[in-house]
Design a protein around this ligand. Sequence first.
Ligand SMILES: [Zn+2]
Length: 282
Amino acid sequence: MKIIFLFIDGVGIRPPAPDNPVNPEVCPTLCRLILQHSVPIDACLSTPGLPQSATGQATMFTGMNAPVFMGRHCEGFPGPSLRKKIEDANLFLMLKSRGKHVRFADAYLVDSSDELAARRFKSVTTVMALTTPEVISTTDDLMENSAVMQDLTRETIQDRYPEIPVITPENAAAHLFGIARLNDFTLYEFFQTDVAGHSMDYARACAVLRLYDKFLAALLRFTRAAGITVLMTADHGNIEEMNERGHTRNPVPFIAIGPREEEFRARVKSLVDVTPAILRLI
Ligand SMILES: [Zn+2]
């Protein structure tokens, strides 16, 4: 089977509220998926305080409870001990050892993985990708539409790369689908939702969710026809509560749509279960 894993940063589940932009008027496709194809899962991981990116993502992509390992939720980029854990065992490495073809679809604006490795600050997904450098997408891949920019449309890189044309979210979906057809497992990470959540700007949050929803609707048309399973989850809540600047302790959606979707949903109760479920069912 083929899987596209959409990691969306900072999207939790919360009942309708005036400051909750995750509603059917703003993002109808995402809301339909949450309603019909998701289970709410725990992102707090038996740890007090607000869940954070480093430990949440490390949990999602390793299957270990990273906040319990660290003794707290850790923000931003993982430190040395968490990095070591991710380098020792992660989803990309484990899929590779099973002979699966893996791709990290987000384009890094570098010429090679060596250039990426030299960066001082690395996200969880970057640490993971560097353990399997063949999965990494570079500027050349983006030029050939064999990678997708983290903002979908490439608007944020126009000042530096005017030669790379702006595309629609529907185009980005077509590009991601093209990548997924050539691989067993394709990851696409989108973090503008978390950035918008921290801004406390409701209109901005709506704009980001509308853009992502167009991408999602187009992607699902492709994947349904091709029998590709789409999984989606978040590392913690944020955007669903725009009156608060920080993250939330709300559950996050674990969405599965396509072949074996019920089996995926039955196996995942918290972020700890995501990697084991993928390894089991792929
Ligand atoms: Zn955040």
